[in-house]
Design a protein around this ligand. Structure first.
Ligand SMILES: [Zn+2]
Length: 261
């Protein structure tokens, strides 16, 4: 998961574009994405500041995420071991992750529990998540969680380890409205991706409507079109797009406050 830093660097740090910062609208906030594909330009939303959380998922991409954030001032970097990449993790990953986090202003993630993934042993997933929750506590950093078919265990682990006070979100939320209520009562933010627009995701749309305004975030997950998602979600929640943009900007600024410039 490498990228081509030179190209997008030009776009962001080049001569000031009068259209770029003239707007009084709040920046758009993409609460979860990944590095652009090799050689691909990132696709910042034209004429708007576009703050985005970019997550590493395995040791092989941590340095690329750090470098990407260093050359893009709108990028909030996160470093973690994703449940899909447990098996390939080399011994000692946690101490190397801690060392990188101590020398770079980055959060924890993407990490979590994916019990639909049969290859990855549940016990191994849970202990890796505990390690990353403890790092988020110890270093005062936010954490981004990937959770699939593991809601009961997630709630257990969060009760045992505590929700990191610097901020926590579940990305691409796919749980029930009831679980959403339990998570937000613990202070966890819930982020929704374009997945919720698929015809068979009525449950996710119901959960989206149940989330309190102060806990809602939206994300591309590195693939979707952010502006289209804002329009669709504003329709689903029955509020103007501009209100939703402001709301998610404020929520993102709270969830990631330790990493905001
Ligand atoms: Zn992701």
């Amino acid at each position: 998961m490498m990228h081509e830093p030179g190209l997008s660097l030009e776009r962001e740090r080049g001569s000031p574009d009068p259209l770029h910062r003239v707007s009084s609208m709040p920046p758009l906030f993409d609460a979860h994405s990944h590095l652009p594909r090799v050689g691909a330009l990132e696709d910042p939303v034209l004429r708007r500041d576009h703050r985005r959380v970019v997550c590493g998922t395995c040791e092989a991409d941590w340095m690329a995420v750090v470098a990407h954030a260093a050359s893009h001032d709108q990028v909030i970097p996160m470093l973690g071991l994703h449940p899909w990449f447990m098996e390939g993790a080399a011994l000692g990953w946690a101490s190397r992750l801690e060392a990188l986090l101590r020398s770079n202003r980055a959060g924890l993630g993407e990490c979590g529990l994916d019990f639909a993934r049969k290859e990855a042993d549940r016990g191994t997933q849970e202990s890796a998540l505990r390690v990353q929750l403890r790092l988020a506590h110890a270093l005062g950093r936010p954490i981004a969680l990937h959770v699939v078919h593991a809601w009961g265990r997630l709630l257990d682990l969060l009760r045992e380890e505590g929700v990191p006070p610097a901020g926590a979100l579940v990305h691409a939320y796919s749980g029930s409205p009831e679980t959403a209520r339990q998570l937000q009562a613990m202070g966890v933010f819930l982020s929704f991706s374009g997945d919720l627009l698929k015809p068979d995701r009525a449950g996710a749309r119901e959960a989206l409507r149940a989330v309190a305004p102060g806990h809602l975030l939206l994300e591309t997950d590195g693939a979707g079109e952010l502006e289209r998602l804002f329009e669709a979600v504003a329709g689903l929640r029955g509020i103007p797009v501009a209100e939703l943009e402001l709301l998610t900007w404020e929520n993102g600024s709270r969830c990631f406050r330790e990493l905001m410039a």
